[in-house]
Design a binder for this molecule. Structure first.
Ligand code: ATP
Ligand code: MG
Ligand code: FE
Length: 343
């Protein structure tokens, strides 16, 4: 069946059509489109929830029509609908849930609410060399920093979590305090390319004691102090960006190695927006070569929010016999560990 995936949990409207084949999910992707609201929110320095909901209303149906046209399909070819039902902004989630349920009801097909972070976590399965559980997942996005032990699809144990800022949030806040526009992650990473190694050095938070939890707010404060005391030149901004990125990547790397050791997993999956960071990707790949574990990540555009990961997660759950949802209810706060295992 062709599954329509809808993502509206935050500030991107994502839509995808996936023809579900359990053997090779990557071959079933028929079309995917994304509209990012970044420019809409940039002047406020962050996401404005009410503006986000309204823009999802404007963009969702045109994106669905665009995907159908690209795939050469009519709306009647949609065999199931999967939409993000949480976690996220309640108003934004409701747009996707209501649209998804209404469409499915009118077509007489099943609709399923999907956990946004399960979507991120399963996104690497859209690549030709798909990882197979069990594996360890590093989920680093705008709202989350988690190490998840994945025994099977749907069977998640969060072995490490952030005590304060998420990794993406730390990138965004650090960028903002040095005057970079929202969202700062990609801009800060680009700036770091021009940084000189060793001019600044920030600590690797919580790596000197046992445990798998993260804390990034102290790192942000270190950057603030360094920036305020500096000459605030373009070169200094790049030097600080590099030192921040190095501290962040090192910290994530140390915790990944520790978690792989503790769980005994031999495969590491990286997902979420920060997974698009090249320094992080190459550091983990290199560690994998040295330590002998496999590293898998989604293509860059499927690291950040997208409809394809939601179509995939929904397809896997519907194929496993999970009963469709019938109400357009959403779950703004939703624990990943509470999901039901598949199969
Ligand atoms: P969540 O998934 O936790 O609800 P979200 O959906 O807002 O949060 P994503 O869309 O997965 O998060 O990722 C966006 C985050 O990724 C932002 O914080 C952004 O700055 C960060 N990000 C994107 N690209 C990069 C990069 N190349 N380097 C570092 N951070 C990046
Ligand atoms: Mg986003
Ligand atoms: Fe996300």
């Amino acid at each position: 069946a062709v599954v329509l995936g809808i993502e509206t949990s935050c500030d991107e409207t994502g839509v995808a059509l996936l023809r579900w084949t359990p053997k090779a999910p990557s071959e079933g992707l028929l079309a995917h489109r994304l509209f990012s609201q970044i420019r809409l929110h940039a002047e406020y320095g962050g996401v404005v929830p009410e503006l986000a909901s309204r823009d999802h209303v404007r963009k969702l149906l045109p994106l669905i029509r665009g995907c159908l046209a690209e795939a050469g399909l009519g709306v009647a070819d949609v065999g199931a609908v999967a939409y993000t039902s949480g976690p996220g902004l309640v108003g934004a989630l409701l747009v996707g849930a209501a649209t998804g349920q209404a469409l499915a009801w009118s077509l007489g097909v099943p609709a399923l609410g999907v956990h946004h972070m399960e979507g991120h976590l399963l996104a690497p399965l859209l690549e030709p060399q798909a990882p197979e559980p069990p594996f360890l997942a590093l989920l680093v996005s705008g709202g989350h920093s988690m190490l998840v032990d994945v025994a099977a699809v749907g069977s998640y144990r969060v072995v490490g979590d952030t005590l304060d800022d998420a990794a993406g949030e730390a990138f965004d806040k650090t960028a903002k305090l040095m005057g970079l526009p929202y969202p700062g992650g990609p801009a800060l990473a680009a700036l770091a390319e021009h940084g000189h190694d060793g001019v600044f050095r920030f600590s690797r938070p919580m790596t000197d004691r046992p445990g798998l939890d993260f804390s990034f707010s102290g790192l942000k404060t270190q950057v603030l102090l360094a920036w305020q005391r500096s000459d605030q030149s373009e070169q200094t901004r790049a030097d600080i960006a590099l030192a921040f990125e190095q501290a962040m990547v090192d910290t994530l790397l140390i915790k990944c190695r520790r978690a792989l050791e503790q769980t005994g997993r031999r495969q590491l999956v990286i997902a979420g927006g920060v997974g698009a960071n090249q320094r992080l990707r190459s550091a983990l790949l290199e560690a994998g070569r040295v330590d002998g574990f496999e590293v898998r990540y989604p293509r860059l555009e499927f690291c950040t929010d997208n409809g394809a990961m939601i179509a995939l997660a929904g397809a896997i759950r519907l194929a496993s016999g999970q009963v469709a949802s019938t109400a357009a209810t959403v779950v703004p706060r939703w624990d990943l560990e509470s999901l039901e295992a598949v199969g």
